[in-house]
Design a protein around this ligand. Sequence first.
Ligand code: CTP
Length: 415
Amino acid sequence: MAFAMATLELPDSLAPVLDAVTAVSGPYEGVYLVGGSVRDILLGEPNFDVDIVVEGDAIALARELAKKLDRRVRAHRTFGTAVVLYGEEGRVDVVTARSESYHAPAVLPAVKPGTIDEDLHRRDFTINAMAVSLKGDALGELVDPFGGRSDLEAGRIRILHERSFIDDPTRILRAIRYEDRYGFRMDDETVRLARECIATGHVGNLSGARLRDELEALLSEGDVSHAIPRLAELGAEREVHPHVVADEETVRLFGRLRELNKRYRLGVPPWRLGLAALGRGLPHQEIGPWLRDLKLRRRDAELIAAAIEHGPRIAAELGRDSLSPADVVALAEPRAPDAPLFALALDDQRQLHDYFDRLGELKLEITGADLAELGLAESPRVGEILAEVRRRKLNGELAGRESQLEAARELVEQP
Ligand code: CTP
Protein backbone atom coordinates (compact mmCIF):
# COMPACT_ATOMS: atom_id res chain seq x y z
CA MET A 1 0.00 0.00 0.00
CA ALA A 2 1.35 3.41 -0.90
CA PHE A 3 1.21 6.00 1.87
CA ALA A 4 2.35 9.57 2.18
CA MET A 5 5.72 10.00 3.88
CA ALA A 6 6.16 12.90 6.27
CA THR A 7 8.27 15.58 4.64
CA LEU A 8 10.39 17.85 6.78
CA GLU A 9 11.01 21.52 6.40
CA LEU A 10 14.80 21.84 6.73
CA PRO A 11 16.09 24.95 8.53
CA ASP A 12 17.34 27.89 6.46
CA SER A 13 20.53 28.04 8.51
CA LEU A 14 21.60 24.67 7.12
CA ALA A 15 20.33 25.28 3.58
CA PRO A 16 23.71 26.03 1.96
CA VAL A 17 25.23 22.83 3.33
CA LEU A 18 22.24 20.56 2.79
CA ASP A 19 21.69 21.90 -0.76
CA ALA A 20 25.33 21.11 -1.51
CA VAL A 21 24.88 17.56 -0.17
CA THR A 22 21.81 17.12 -2.37
CA ALA A 23 23.70 18.44 -5.37
CA VAL A 24 26.40 15.77 -5.03
CA SER A 25 24.08 12.90 -3.97
CA GLY A 26 23.39 11.58 -7.51
CA PRO A 27 25.77 8.58 -7.70
CA TYR A 28 24.84 7.13 -4.31
CA GLU A 29 22.07 4.72 -3.40
CA GLY A 30 20.85 6.86 -0.52
CA VAL A 31 22.06 10.00 1.30
CA TYR A 32 20.54 11.00 4.62
CA LEU A 33 20.72 13.48 7.43
CA VAL A 34 20.57 11.38 10.63
CA GLY A 35 20.59 11.12 14.39
CA GLY A 36 20.97 14.19 16.60
CA SER A 37 20.69 16.53 13.60
CA VAL A 38 17.19 15.27 12.79
CA ARG A 39 16.17 15.22 16.45
CA ASP A 40 17.23 18.83 16.94
CA ILE A 41 15.55 20.03 13.74
CA LEU A 42 12.28 18.46 14.94
CA LEU A 43 12.75 20.06 18.35
CA GLY A 44 13.58 23.43 16.78
CA GLU A 45 16.93 23.42 18.65
CA PRO A 46 19.94 25.00 16.96
CA ASN A 47 22.57 22.44 15.97
CA PHE A 48 25.44 23.28 13.69
CA ASP A 49 26.69 19.75 13.39
CA VAL A 50 25.43 17.86 10.39
CA ASP A 51 25.58 14.07 10.40
CA ILE A 52 25.27 12.47 6.98
CA VAL A 53 24.90 8.76 6.30
CA VAL A 54 25.60 7.49 2.80
CA GLU A 55 24.54 4.18 1.33
CA GLY A 56 27.80 3.95 -0.58
CA ASP A 57 31.26 5.48 -0.37
CA ALA A 58 31.20 8.19 2.32
CA ILE A 59 34.69 9.48 1.61
CA ALA A 60 33.96 9.95 -2.10
CA LEU A 61 30.81 11.94 -1.26
CA ALA A 62 32.67 14.04 1.32
CA ARG A 63 35.33 14.92 -1.26
CA GLU A 64 32.68 16.06 -3.74
CA LEU A 65 30.94 18.03 -1.01
CA ALA A 66 34.14 19.77 0.06
CA LYS A 67 34.82 20.72 -3.55
CA LYS A 68 31.32 22.14 -3.90
CA LEU A 69 31.59 24.15 -0.65
CA ASP A 70 35.21 25.08 -1.32
CA ARG A 71 36.27 23.59 1.99
CA ARG A 72 38.83 21.06 3.11
CA VAL A 73 38.00 17.46 3.86
CA ARG A 74 39.60 15.21 6.45
CA ALA A 75 39.16 11.55 5.65
CA HIS A 76 39.79 8.55 7.89
CA ARG A 77 40.35 5.65 5.53
CA THR A 78 40.37 2.98 8.24
CA PHE A 79 36.92 3.96 9.48
CA GLY A 80 35.52 4.99 6.09
CA THR A 81 34.48 8.36 7.55
CA ALA A 82 35.18 11.98 6.66
CA VAL A 83 34.65 15.47 8.06
CA VAL A 84 34.07 18.71 6.19
CA LEU A 85 34.32 21.90 8.24
CA TYR A 86 32.19 24.89 7.26
CA GLY A 87 31.43 28.37 8.63
CA GLU A 88 32.62 29.41 12.09
CA GLU A 89 31.69 26.32 14.04
CA GLY A 90 29.91 23.92 11.77
CA ARG A 91 31.05 20.46 10.78
CA VAL A 92 29.64 17.85 8.47
CA ASP A 93 30.40 14.26 9.44
CA VAL A 94 29.95 11.83 6.60
CA VAL A 95 29.85 8.08 7.26
CA THR A 96 28.88 5.00 5.32
CA ALA A 97 25.64 3.35 6.47
CA ARG A 98 26.59 0.35 8.56
CA SER A 99 25.27 -2.57 10.46
CA GLU A 100 26.83 -3.59 13.75
CA SER A 101 27.10 -6.76 15.70
CA TYR A 102 28.08 -6.96 19.34
CA HIS A 103 30.27 -9.89 20.29
CA ALA A 104 30.60 -9.05 23.97
CA PRO A 105 28.74 -6.70 26.31
CA ALA A 106 30.22 -3.24 26.95
CA VAL A 107 32.85 -3.65 24.22
CA LEU A 108 32.79 -1.74 20.91
CA PRO A 109 30.99 -3.61 18.12
CA ALA A 110 32.13 -5.10 14.79
CA VAL A 111 30.82 -3.03 11.86
CA LYS A 112 30.18 -3.59 8.15
CA PRO A 113 28.50 -1.54 5.39
CA GLY A 114 24.71 -1.70 5.40
CA THR A 115 21.48 0.09 4.53
CA ILE A 116 19.95 3.14 6.21
CA ASP A 117 17.46 0.86 8.00
CA GLU A 118 20.29 -1.22 9.43
CA ASP A 119 22.12 1.93 10.36
CA LEU A 120 19.14 3.30 12.27
CA HIS A 121 18.60 -0.09 13.88
CA ARG A 122 21.99 0.00 15.63
CA ARG A 123 21.31 3.33 17.35
CA ASP A 124 20.53 4.17 20.95
CA PHE A 125 17.04 5.72 21.23
CA THR A 126 14.04 6.14 18.96
CA ILE A 127 14.49 9.93 19.07
CA ASN A 128 18.01 9.47 17.66
CA ALA A 129 17.04 6.81 15.13
CA MET A 130 15.46 8.96 12.45
CA ALA A 131 16.79 10.09 9.08
CA VAL A 132 15.78 12.60 6.43
CA SER A 133 16.54 11.87 2.81
CA LEU A 134 18.64 14.46 1.02
CA LYS A 135 18.41 12.82 -2.37
CA GLY A 136 16.36 13.40 -5.52
CA ASP A 137 12.63 12.64 -5.42
CA ALA A 138 12.78 11.56 -1.79
CA LEU A 139 14.24 14.91 -0.65
CA GLY A 140 12.97 15.86 2.82
CA GLU A 141 11.26 12.53 3.52
CA LEU A 142 11.47 11.41 7.12
CA VAL A 143 12.56 7.83 7.76
CA ASP A 144 11.23 6.95 11.20
CA PRO A 145 10.98 3.17 11.64
CA PHE A 146 10.68 3.19 15.45
CA GLY A 147 8.23 5.99 16.15
CA GLY A 148 10.91 8.52 17.13
CA ARG A 149 8.81 11.49 16.16
CA SER A 150 5.93 10.58 18.42
CA ASP A 151 8.36 9.82 21.27
CA LEU A 152 9.88 13.25 20.72
CA GLU A 153 6.44 14.80 21.00
CA ALA A 154 5.70 12.78 24.14
CA GLY A 155 9.11 13.54 25.70
CA ARG A 156 9.91 9.84 25.84
CA ILE A 157 13.32 8.18 25.74
CA ARG A 158 13.01 4.64 24.53
CA ILE A 159 15.60 2.08 23.44
CA LEU A 160 15.05 0.08 20.27
CA HIS A 161 15.48 -3.44 21.61
CA GLU A 162 16.00 -5.37 24.86
CA ARG A 163 19.77 -5.77 24.55
CA SER A 164 20.55 -2.16 23.73
CA PHE A 165 21.97 -1.20 27.13
CA ILE A 166 23.90 -4.44 27.44
CA ASP A 167 25.43 -3.88 24.00
CA ASP A 168 26.43 -0.37 25.03
CA PRO A 169 26.00 0.62 28.69
CA THR A 170 27.15 4.20 27.99
CA ARG A 171 23.64 4.61 26.63
CA ILE A 172 22.32 4.68 30.19
CA LEU A 173 24.31 7.82 30.89
CA ARG A 174 23.26 9.25 27.53
CA ALA A 175 19.61 8.65 28.44
CA ILE A 176 20.07 10.50 31.73
CA ARG A 177 21.78 13.33 29.86
CA TYR A 178 18.82 13.69 27.49
CA GLU A 179 16.39 13.51 30.41
CA ASP A 180 18.00 16.60 31.86
CA ARG A 181 18.66 18.47 28.64
CA TYR A 182 15.18 18.16 27.21
CA GLY A 183 13.15 17.43 30.34
CA PHE A 184 12.28 14.03 28.80
CA ARG A 185 11.88 10.75 30.69
CA MET A 186 12.75 7.15 29.90
CA ASP A 187 9.65 4.98 29.53
CA ASP A 188 9.06 2.26 32.16
CA GLU A 189 10.53 -0.56 30.10
CA THR A 190 13.67 1.46 29.31
CA VAL A 191 14.12 2.27 33.01
CA ARG A 192 13.65 -1.39 33.94
CA LEU A 193 16.29 -2.50 31.45
CA ALA A 194 18.66 0.24 32.58
CA ARG A 195 18.36 -0.91 36.21
CA GLU A 196 18.86 -4.50 35.20
CA CYS A 197 21.95 -3.67 33.14
CA ILE A 198 23.46 -1.64 35.99
CA ALA A 199 22.64 -4.33 38.57
CA THR A 200 24.44 -6.96 36.49
CA GLY A 201 27.61 -4.85 36.56
CA HIS A 202 27.79 -3.80 32.90
CA VAL A 203 28.34 -0.11 33.67
CA GLY A 204 31.14 -1.08 36.02
CA ASN A 205 32.70 -3.13 33.21
CA LEU A 206 33.06 -0.17 30.87
CA SER A 207 36.59 0.95 30.17
CA GLY A 208 37.65 3.96 32.25
CA ALA A 209 38.02 6.16 29.18
CA ARG A 210 34.48 5.44 27.93
CA LEU A 211 33.02 6.06 31.36
CA ARG A 212 35.03 9.28 31.62
CA ASP A 213 33.76 10.55 28.27
CA GLU A 214 30.16 9.98 29.31
CA LEU A 215 30.59 11.53 32.75
CA GLU A 216 32.29 14.54 31.18
CA ALA A 217 29.42 14.94 28.72
CA LEU A 218 26.82 14.54 31.46
CA LEU A 219 28.51 17.01 33.81
CA SER A 220 28.93 19.55 31.01
CA GLU A 221 25.18 19.90 30.46
CA GLY A 222 23.60 23.16 31.61
CA ASP A 223 21.37 21.74 34.32
CA VAL A 224 22.12 18.48 36.09
CA SER A 225 19.74 18.80 39.03
CA HIS A 226 17.81 15.79 37.80
CA ALA A 227 20.72 13.82 36.34
CA ILE A 228 22.75 13.55 39.55
CA PRO A 229 20.05 12.04 41.80
CA ARG A 230 18.97 9.94 38.83
CA LEU A 231 22.40 8.28 38.80
CA ALA A 232 21.81 7.22 42.40
CA GLU A 233 18.21 6.18 41.89
CA LEU A 234 19.20 3.80 39.10
CA GLY A 235 22.15 2.49 41.11
CA ALA A 236 24.72 3.80 38.60
CA GLU A 237 26.66 5.96 41.05
CA ARG A 238 27.97 2.89 42.92
CA GLU A 239 29.28 1.57 39.61
CA VAL A 240 31.22 4.78 39.02
CA HIS A 241 32.80 4.15 42.43
CA PRO A 242 31.36 2.61 45.61
CA HIS A 243 32.02 5.86 47.52
CA VAL A 244 30.66 8.28 44.92
CA VAL A 245 27.77 10.27 46.35
CA ALA A 246 25.08 11.54 43.94
CA ASP A 247 22.54 13.26 46.19
CA GLU A 248 20.88 16.65 46.64
CA GLU A 249 23.97 17.91 48.45
CA THR A 250 26.07 17.00 45.39
CA VAL A 251 23.67 19.00 43.21
CA ARG A 252 23.88 21.98 45.56
CA LEU A 253 27.66 21.83 45.82
CA PHE A 254 28.16 21.44 42.07
CA GLY A 255 25.76 24.34 41.42
CA ARG A 256 27.68 26.56 43.82
CA LEU A 257 31.03 25.54 42.30
CA ARG A 258 29.83 26.42 38.82
CA GLU A 259 28.41 29.75 40.00
CA LEU A 260 31.70 30.76 41.65
CA ASN A 261 33.72 29.50 38.69
CA LYS A 262 31.72 31.81 36.46
CA ARG A 263 31.72 34.74 38.83
CA TYR A 264 35.51 34.74 39.16
CA ARG A 265 36.03 33.78 35.49
CA LEU A 266 38.27 30.89 36.44
CA GLY A 267 37.55 28.85 33.34
CA VAL A 268 37.59 25.47 35.13
CA PRO A 269 35.75 22.94 32.92
CA PRO A 270 32.45 22.18 34.72
CA TRP A 271 32.95 18.41 34.56
CA ARG A 272 36.09 18.75 36.69
CA LEU A 273 34.04 20.46 39.39
CA GLY A 274 31.32 17.84 38.99
CA LEU A 275 33.75 14.97 39.49
CA ALA A 276 35.09 16.63 42.64
CA ALA A 277 31.54 17.05 43.97
CA LEU A 278 30.67 13.43 43.17
CA GLY A 279 33.94 12.13 44.60
CA ARG A 280 33.96 14.17 47.81
CA GLY A 281 33.20 11.11 49.95
CA LEU A 282 36.05 8.93 48.67
CA PRO A 283 38.63 7.83 51.24
CA HIS A 284 41.80 9.75 50.38
CA GLN A 285 43.82 6.73 49.37
CA GLU A 286 41.16 5.79 46.80
CA ILE A 287 40.97 9.16 45.02
CA GLY A 288 44.19 8.74 43.00
CA PRO A 289 43.40 5.20 41.76
CA TRP A 290 39.81 6.24 40.88
CA LEU A 291 40.97 9.17 38.76
CA ARG A 292 43.73 7.08 37.18
CA ASP A 293 41.18 4.43 36.19
CA LEU A 294 39.10 7.13 34.53
CA LYS A 295 42.19 7.93 32.43
CA LEU A 296 41.99 11.64 33.13
CA ARG A 297 44.85 13.87 32.10
CA ARG A 298 47.34 14.09 34.93
CA ARG A 299 46.82 17.79 35.58
CA ASP A 300 43.03 17.40 35.75
CA ALA A 301 43.35 14.44 38.09
CA GLU A 302 45.69 16.37 40.39
CA LEU A 303 43.35 19.33 40.60
CA ILE A 304 40.28 17.17 41.29
CA ALA A 305 42.19 15.26 43.97
CA ALA A 306 43.38 18.56 45.47
CA ALA A 307 39.79 19.85 45.62
CA ILE A 308 38.54 16.74 47.42
CA GLU A 309 41.48 16.37 49.79
CA HIS A 310 42.40 19.98 50.53
CA GLY A 311 39.16 21.92 49.89
CA PRO A 312 37.60 20.93 53.25
CA ARG A 313 40.92 21.47 55.04
CA ILE A 314 41.28 25.00 53.63
CA ALA A 315 37.73 25.81 54.70
CA ALA A 316 38.39 24.46 58.22
CA GLU A 317 41.66 26.34 58.67
CA LEU A 318 40.15 29.62 57.53
CA GLY A 319 37.28 29.14 59.94
CA ARG A 320 39.51 28.42 62.90
CA ASP A 321 42.09 31.19 62.77
CA SER A 322 42.10 34.83 61.93
CA LEU A 323 44.61 34.75 59.12
CA SER A 324 46.41 37.59 57.37
CA PRO A 325 45.82 38.02 53.62
CA ALA A 326 49.28 36.56 52.98
CA ASP A 327 48.36 33.49 55.05
CA VAL A 328 45.17 33.07 53.00
CA VAL A 329 47.18 33.19 49.78
CA ALA A 330 49.70 30.70 51.16
CA LEU A 331 46.85 28.34 51.97
CA ALA A 332 44.93 28.76 48.71
CA GLU A 333 47.56 29.27 46.07
CA PRO A 334 49.43 25.96 45.88
CA ARG A 335 46.31 24.10 44.75
CA ALA A 336 44.43 26.87 43.01
CA PRO A 337 41.94 27.21 41.57
CA ASP A 338 40.08 23.96 42.29
CA ALA A 339 40.86 23.43 45.99
CA PRO A 340 40.14 26.98 47.24
CA LEU A 341 37.07 27.07 44.98
CA PHE A 342 35.85 23.87 46.60
CA ALA A 343 36.54 25.38 50.05
CA LEU A 344 34.52 28.45 49.14
CA ALA A 345 31.63 26.37 47.84
CA LEU A 346 31.61 24.44 51.15
CA ASP A 347 31.85 27.52 53.32
CA ASP A 348 31.18 31.02 52.07
CA GLN A 349 34.12 32.83 53.67
CA ARG A 350 34.98 36.43 52.92
CA GLN A 351 38.73 35.77 52.89
CA LEU A 352 38.39 33.37 49.98
CA HIS A 353 36.23 35.83 48.09
CA ASP A 354 39.07 38.32 48.61
CA TYR A 355 41.52 35.75 47.31
CA PHE A 356 39.60 35.23 44.07
CA ASP A 357 38.66 38.89 43.78
CA ARG A 358 42.10 40.39 44.00
CA LEU A 359 44.68 38.70 46.22
CA GLY A 360 45.40 35.83 43.86
CA GLU A 361 46.18 38.20 41.02
CA LEU A 362 48.17 40.68 42.99
CA LYS A 363 51.45 41.39 41.25
CA LEU A 364 54.58 43.10 42.47
CA GLU A 365 55.93 46.24 40.85
CA ILE A 366 59.45 44.78 40.98
CA THR A 367 60.97 41.69 39.33
CA GLY A 368 64.08 39.52 39.47
CA ALA A 369 65.78 42.01 37.12
CA ASP A 370 65.56 44.66 39.85
CA LEU A 371 67.22 42.30 42.32
CA ALA A 372 70.00 41.65 39.80
CA GLU A 373 70.56 45.40 39.60
CA LEU A 374 70.81 45.43 43.38
CA GLY A 375 73.70 43.01 42.96
CA LEU A 376 71.95 39.72 43.77
CA ALA A 377 73.12 36.89 41.51
CA GLU A 378 70.64 34.34 40.14
CA SER A 379 69.91 31.92 42.95
CA PRO A 380 66.97 30.54 44.98
CA ARG A 381 67.41 33.63 47.16
CA VAL A 382 65.84 35.77 44.35
CA GLY A 383 62.58 33.82 44.60
CA GLU A 384 62.63 33.92 48.39
CA ILE A 385 63.05 37.68 48.49
CA LEU A 386 60.32 38.30 45.91
CA ALA A 387 58.01 36.00 47.91
CA GLU A 388 58.73 37.92 51.11
CA VAL A 389 58.08 41.28 49.40
CA ARG A 390 54.84 39.90 47.97
CA ARG A 391 53.81 38.60 51.39
CA ARG A 392 54.24 42.11 52.83
CA LYS A 393 52.38 43.70 49.94
CA LEU A 394 49.49 41.25 50.42
CA ASN A 395 49.31 42.33 54.04
CA GLY A 396 48.88 45.94 53.01
CA GLU A 397 52.45 47.16 53.34
CA LEU A 398 54.72 48.29 50.50
CA ALA A 399 52.16 49.97 48.25
CA GLY A 400 54.40 51.21 45.39
CA ARG A 401 57.52 50.28 43.47
CA GLU A 402 59.79 52.49 45.55
CA SER A 403 58.85 50.94 48.89
CA GLN A 404 59.17 47.46 47.37
CA LEU A 405 62.65 48.25 46.05
CA GLU A 406 63.61 49.58 49.46
CA ALA A 407 62.40 46.44 51.21
CA ALA A 408 64.20 44.27 48.63
CA ARG A 409 67.41 46.22 49.15
CA GLU A 410 67.25 45.60 52.91
CA LEU A 411 66.63 41.91 52.35
CA VAL A 412 69.49 41.62 49.84
CA GLU A 413 71.84 43.26 52.27
CA GLN A 414 70.85 41.01 55.15
CA PRO A 415 73.48 38.34 55.76
N1 CTP B 1 24.72 6.80 19.04
C1 CTP B 1 24.30 5.57 19.55
N2 CTP B 1 24.86 5.03 20.67
C2 CTP B 1 25.85 5.70 21.31
C3 CTP B 1 26.29 6.93 20.82
C4 CTP B 1 25.70 7.47 19.68
O1 CTP B 1 23.41 4.98 18.98
N3 CTP B 1 26.39 5.18 22.41
C5 CTP B 1 24.10 7.36 17.82
C6 CTP B 1 22.84 8.14 18.03
O2 CTP B 1 21.98 7.91 16.96
C7 CTP B 1 23.30 9.58 17.98
C8 CTP B 1 24.44 9.53 16.98
O3 CTP B 1 25.02 8.23 17.16
O4 CTP B 1 22.29 10.45 17.56
C9 CTP B 1 25.48 10.59 17.18
O5 CTP B 1 26.03 10.55 18.48
P1 CTP B 1 26.50 11.84 19.24
O6 CTP B 1 27.18 12.76 18.31
O7 CTP B 1 27.19 11.41 20.47
O8 CTP B 1 25.13 12.47 19.75
P2 CTP B 1 24.09 13.46 19.12
O9 CTP B 1 22.86 12.69 18.84
O10 CTP B 1 24.66 14.26 18.02
O11 CTP B 1 23.68 14.32 20.36
P3 CTP B 1 24.49 15.19 21.35
O12 CTP B 1 25.92 15.23 20.92
O13 CTP B 1 23.79 16.49 21.26
O14 CTP B 1 24.31 14.50 22.64
